[in-house]
Structure formats: C-alpha cells, structure tokens
Design a protein around this ligand. Structure first.
Ligand SMILES: [Zn+2]
Length: 447
C-alpha cells in the first residue's frame, strides 16, 4: 500500500473525536470512550493487528509486540498515550472533539483536543506501522508499541506496561515517548529549526504545608493566626528560590546549539562549563522556560483556610508543587524548604514525589538513529539537540528497564501551537502531522 494521506487524515480525525478525557479523580472518568477507542483502533488498523501481538494492560492501556525476524537484543519501544486533558468548551473556536479540518494548503490544520498531545503521536505511530506492514516490511528486532491510558493523571497504565515487559525480560535499546518538538526560537539566538529531544526529565513532588490552631470567631483573632503564619511560610519559600546551576543535559543542549548561534552567543553557549555560575544567573532573565532549565522550581498551587468568612481557620493549608532539576532529590528539596520556612509549627509533609530521571546519552547508536530519522524526514537543516524536559511524561517509568529513553514529538510546531497544548484551540497542521508518520516509519525501518 502506498501512503494515502486523505485516508490517514480521516482515521486521525475519527480517533480525535473520541473524548478519552482523564481526570485526576478517577471516579470522574467516563470509561465508555476508553472502551470505544480500543475497539475503533482494532477496526482501523487490520494490517497492524495481523502482524503484531496485542495485550490490554491495566484495563485500558495497550501493549503491542511486532516480532523481529532476527535475534532481538535491543528492541525498540514507541510510546504514546490514549488520554487527553479536560477542556473548557467556551474558549474553543472549533468544537474540541469535532476534529474539524480548518484552512487549506500548507495552513490546513486539524483542531481537536489531543491533536498534538498525544493522539498526534499515537495515530502517527499506528499509521507508520500499518504502512510498513502493507509494504511487506518486517523489523529485524522486536518493536513494541506502548500506549498508556492515564498519562495525564496517575500513569498507572505505563507502570503496568513496564512491569509486563520486565517480567518478560525485555531490555529496550531505545524508548521514544512524547517530548520536545521541532521548534524555532525556543532558545535565544538560535534561528535554525531544532528537534528538541529530551534526554532527561525533571522530578515532580508536592509538599503539603499545614498550620493548626484552636479556631474561634473571627471577631477576636489571635495575634498570629494560622493563615498569617502560613502566608509567612509561603513568602519565605518564594524569597529563597533554589540555586541556579547548569545541569549536564542543559550544558549539552547549549554546546550542541553553539555552532548555530551568532558569534558572541556561540562563545557563551560553547563555554557554559567555564561560565556556569554566571550563565546560570543570566539565563532565568530570558523567561520562565530557561529559568526552569537551570533550577529546581517551587510554586504554591492549592491554598485553603477557614470554611467560612467569619470563623478562624483551625487548619490552614498550602500545596507546594516542586519540579526537581537533574541532581536534586525529593529528600534534599524537602530539607531545603524546611530550612526556608524556618518555623517548626508549620508541618511539612511529602504528599508524593519522584526524583529526576536518569540522563540518557546524547551520543552513540540510538541517539544517531533518532538524529538520522529527523534529518531524513523532518528536514536536512533541522538540528537535533538534547535537552532537559521540563514536564513529566510516562517515559520516566521506562528508565527502570532501559538506559536509552528519549522524549521527542516529531512535529514541527509553532510557538502558538505549542501554547495550545493543555489549553484551548489545540491544533496541528496536516503537513506537520504527515511528516511525523514518515519520521516513525524511518525510525522503525532503521531498527
Ligand atoms: Zn502528553
């Protein structure tokens, strides 16, 4: 079968129309779309289902194995997730589950929740495999497709997939999950399109701060009520940000980009090792993304006090969401926050926490395979650069069974398109999505 873009787009739109919305509170999830999406995938990809073994894991996650023709030592794992984040309908110009095709030519785009994150990748992988099967291609090494159903919330699906692979003794030679895209202008001074491939991701943790007191009526407040004490603790955390430093994946990103920068920046980017402390202080001025690349960040998200306006709070509470830079730990960050708060009456508890991922190498065969697929399918002028992924992905569970875990979404995205992720008007240009199919084809063919 030769690739038929119109048919691929029709299948993509059909899968985007299924509202597989996940919620942090699993009790709110409507499981019907999750049941339906599994059935629809089976119907749309007969070739794939003829050639690959299929397992449903943890209720609604999918694990496929495409048996290799040779002796498998380092199988390839392609990841994506089936769920999407909730939508606020009022803000969308086109219905979020309408998957409307808007515009024409190079501007034609599909508007839908999940068009980028992450059904863009999910369906591009399915299309790539279906095309390769139709062409009579069989991989030399095993290829696994791992599609979790609750990446945006609990991540239990991906963990169950990792457990299943570990039980079978599978040690992947290359794992590719969602991550950076092909972007322009994400790093100041770099004009060339850059494929940002995450070689590590930050850890995630949440601390709960609690202050308790006797309560009583708001007409006779104590000198230092629980709410004020909590506010002081928050202010102290805010005033003492974690120190800025250049972690190895960030240094690698800048040194890879250095040859493509203007002369002055080239010197700076190429010498971050020497300029480390200085650069770490300057980079945050370029905005929240670069700030997040050079320090562990902490921000207060939830806040609660009294249940009514005229009563004193018996407990005042805050949640501090912390993203850990490579080299930091849950334990060390908790200790630092404790020191910053410097008040033993503020209880500090770890609600949950995961340390930063190990760092995958940005040299060697797996890395070159990704870079070659980028060059061959997404543009000869595209630079492939390692970077530190700021958000968390399902791939972090795979670091337990593979030392080559990478995070890359093979679509050329504008800044506006990137900002539509998790927000309103999420959309992907059709040309950009079709190129992504070619990327996955090339990566599988080289494995
Ligand atoms: Zn995602």
């Amino acid at each position: 079968m030769s690739a038929d873009p119109a048919a691929s787009i029709a299948r993509f739109r059909e899968l985007l129309q299924i509202p597989t919305v996940s919620h942090v509170d699993e009790g709110l999830i409507d499981w019907e779309p999750f049941d339906r999406v599994l059935t629809v995938i089976q119907g749309l990809y007969p070739g794939l289902h003829g050639a690959l073994e299929r397992d449903v894991v943890d209720g609604h996650s999918l694990l496929y194995r495409w048996p290799g023709t040779g002796e498998t030592r380092n199988p390839l794992v392609l990841m994506a997730h089936l769920d999407v984040v909730p939508v606020v309908d009022a803000e969308w110009d086109h219905p979020p589950f309408g998957a409307e095709l808007v515009g024409s030519g190079a501007d034609a785009a599909i508007h839908a929740r999940g068009s980028i994150d992450d059904k863009g990748s999910l369906v591009a992988i399915l299309e790539a495999v279906e095309e390769l099967v139709a062409d009579g291609f069989a991989p030399e090494q095993d290829v696994y497709l791992a599609f979790g159903h609750n990446e945006e919330t609990a991540g239990g699906g991906a963990r169950a997939i990792v457990a299943a692979l570990r039980e079978r003794g599978v040690e992947p030679g290359l794992v590719l999950d969602e991550g950076g895209a092909v972007v322009e202008g994400a790093v100041p001074g770099i004009a060339a399109p850059t494929a940002m491939v995450g070689v590590a991701e930050r850890g995630v943790m949440t601390l709960t701060l609690t202050v308790r007191e006797g309560g009583g009526h708001a007409s006779t407040p104590p000198a230092f009520p629980a709410t004020a004490r909590l506010a002081r603790a928050i202010q102290r955390i805010h005033r003492r940000p974690f120190p800025a430093r250049i972690a190895p994946p960030v240094r690698a990103m800048f040194s890879t980009l250095a040859p493509h920068a203007a002369p002055l920046l080239r010197t700076v980017f190429g010498n971050l090792g020497l300029l480390g402390p200085f650069a770490a202080r300057v980079l945050p001025r370029f905005g929240p993304e670069l700030n997040a690349m050079v320090r562990t960040t902490a921000v207060v998200t939830e806040l609660s006090g009294a249940p009514g306006e005229n009563v004193l709070a018996t407990t005042a509470r805050a949640a501090v969401n912390i993203r850990l830079l490579t080299g930091d730990t849950v334990t060390a960050a908790t200790a630092r926050i404790r020191r910053a708060v410097a008040d033993p009456t503020v209880e500090i508890e770890v609600r949950h926490g995961t340390d930063p991922s190990p760092v995958s190498p940005w040299r060697g065969e797996p890395w070159r395979r990704i870079a070659a697929a980028v060059r061959d399918t997404l543009g000869e002028d595209v630079i492939t650069a390692p970077y530190l992924q700021l958000g968390a992905s399902d791939s972090r569970w795979f670091t337990a069974i593979s030392s080559h875990v990478y995070r890359f979404t093979p679509f050329h995205l504008t800044r506006a398109e990137r900002e539509s992720l998790h927000s309103h008007n999420e959309r992907i240009r059709v040309d950009s999505w079709l190129a992504g199919i070619r990327f996955y084809r090339a990566l599988i063919a080289a494995s």
